[in-house]
Design a protein around this ligand. Sequence first.
Ligand code: BG6
Ligand code: MG
Length: 216
Amino acid sequence: MIKALIFDLDGVIVDTAKYHYLAWKELADSLGFEFTKQHNERLKGVSRVKSLEILLEIGNLSFSEEKKHEFAVNKNKKYLEYVTKMDSSEILSGVINFIEDAKANNIKIALGSASKNAMTILKQIDILKYFDAVIDGTSVSKAKPDPEVFLKGAEALGMKPSECIVFEDAQAGVEAAINGGFYCVGIGGEEELGEANYLMSGFENINYKKIIEIIL
Ligand code: BG6
Ligand code: MG
């Protein structure tokens, strides 16, 4: 029986991938190599440190740990400039109705995000109030596809993984959910998220009850 929903943040609740992209692109530009939107796909769901490693691999460059730290700090400053200008109009269509409907059915809600900026974003777009638990990049030691973030989310809600649905848009996130024994709804296409138990394009034409009907 499903008793809780665990949401990824970036790409599920808000489209912040574009801001991550712009901030990383600025670094790539300054280092003199091309960083495309297609390249950016590889950074979805991946931690900041790992994202930088992938970026530098794309540019075929290597730097000292100190320099890499400086790059990551500067990228995050740039990212926060975008994020702190966001408002609730940037919440993806249908998500809030979906969450409100689930809550009206006594379902618990948690966040399971790799981002260390998750709290800032939830407050910025005024949706922190919906979450019974928030597990983010500041509370985990193992990045997705390790299931730690979702296991901690389930634990904080007092639920077993089999009682939770995880909503994810990234391959690493879907893998994490499946590895942890969760039911996983992928937001996106078959090619990247084929491992998910069910796929949908977004929350626009679906409500909590329909999802339950589909998965039972
Ligand atoms: C994930 C994003 O949610 O968070 C990744 O999909 C990002 O693209 C990761 O790198 C870490 O985010 P932050 O905000 O801690 O740099
Ligand atoms: Mg995501």
